[in-house]
Design a protein around this ligand. Structure first.
Ligand code: CP3
Length: 343
């Protein structure tokens, strides 16, 4: 039996206290992150600097003793490795060159080329595998193809993913070729993270909720299933967490349909509902609203306890429903951890 609590939960074990980590746990709410980021220069320079990226990954482990560390990187490094231009505008977010037609797609590199750009990320994983406490799980990650495609098509984050939906309507073959290229690149990227020492991997499908009906099956579910099948063929013992954010009723059966070992859920579904409909198939991760990390108080403690209670009869990894925000109070993170571990 594995000693790492997160791996035990991912294998279906019901633990007396759920293990805990937090999406975006290395981030701007922490003064030590802001200091290291200032040293690196900009965000992308931090991602591609293995020593400093490992340092910010370790910071929340040192401060809080989380059960898992998540590799510090970004889902948009893969498009960059496929040949897209990528930069971040301070206060606004990511910008990429756009893909709107066949010529744009044809300019991309083959999936087997991604390692040239992503090699420093594998180096970060190697440092972390060496330096993390032995009982801390190292989580690698990538974006799921649909979410990555929405950024590659629009060139930025969009509230409704309209440009990606428009490409589906206007040029489905190019859209599907793009999904396939991202899928193949993601398999390469995650395999290399696993070979460098990641204990498990997570697929972030942040915009899964904007797909409906058959498009959800084709572009959220099927690529996730393909990535998981290929990773399991290459690395049978590696657990995989899928996060089809805001999937709502489509969370039901998602683990079975994709082969994921765990489904991460956002806070738009109640823990009682998720326990009844999602946890029946295996491990669930989630789902405290990240706003509690800003507002704190008794509501934070009560809600944390309610989530722990609702999921207590099955395998559960405690987490937020989405990433912690820069305006969060680091003391509220400690309050959440105390409420999970101390009851
Ligand atoms: O601690 C961790 O969770 C690991 C690192 C991580 C980052 N991004 C670092 C980051 C992870 C897992 C991600 C995933 C990611 N990146 C997603 C999927 C999850 C989600 O949030 O829905 C998405 C959509 C992205 C793309 C992205 N990266 C956006 C839209 C932004 C700008 C928004 C923002 O928060 O500023 C980023 C930047 C980013 N990625 C930051 C961090 C710590 C902030 C950059 C900074 O320091 O200025």
């Amino acid at each position: 039996m594995s000693e790492k609590t997160i791996l035990r939960a991912l294998k279906g074990e019901v633990l007396p206290v759920p293990p805990i980590w937090m999406m975006r746990q290395a981030g701007r709410y922490l003064p030590e992150y802001r200091a290291t980021r200032a040293k690196a220069g900009d965000f992308l320079s931090l991602c591609y600097n293995p020593e400093l990226a490992a340092e910010v990954t370790l910071q929340p482990i040192r401060r809080y003793g989380f059960d898992a560390a998540i590799l510090f990187a970004d889902i948009l490094l893969l498009p960059q490795a496929l040949g897209a231009d990528l930069w971040f505008v301070t206060g606004e977010g990511p910008r990429l060159s756009t893909i709107t037609d066949r010529a744009g797609f044809d300019a991309l590199k083959p999936a087997s080329d991604v390692h040239a750009v992503l090699a420093p990320i594998y180096q970060t994983v190697k440092i972390l595998a060496r330096e993390l406490p032995k009982d801390t799980t190292l989580i690698g990650f990538a974006g799921a193809p649909w979410t990555v495609a929405t950024y590659m098509i629009a060139g930025r984050g969009t509230p409704d993913q309209a440009p990606a939906h428009a490409l589906i309507a206007e040029n489905r073959p190019v859209f599907e070729a793009l999904i396939e290229r991202i899928t193949e690149g993601t398999i390469e990227y995650l395999s290399a993270q696993i070979e460098a020492g990641a204990d498990c991997v997570k697929l972030f499908d942040s915009w899964a909720g904007s797909l409906s009906g058959e498009d959800f099956d084709r572009y959220a579910l099927a690529p996730t299933r393909r990535i998981i099948a290929e990773l399991k063929a290459r690395h049978p013992d590696i657990p995989i967490i899928a996060f089809p954010r805001e999937a709502g009723a489509r969370y039901i059966g998602f683990a079975k349909a994709t082969g994921a070992d765990c489904v991460a859920i956002d806070n738009s579904v109640s823990p009682e509902w998720a326990a009844a409909h999602v946890q029946v198939d295996g491990c669930v991760q989630g789902n405290l609203a990240s706003a509690h990390m800003v507002t704190g108080g008794e509501a934070l403690v009560q809600e944390t306890r309610a989530i722990v209670r609702a999921f207590s009869k099955g395998p559960h990894i405690f987490n937020l429903g989405h990433g912690i925000t820069p305006d969060a109070d680091p003391d509220n993170v400690q309050r959440m951890i105390d409420a999970v571990r101390g009851g």
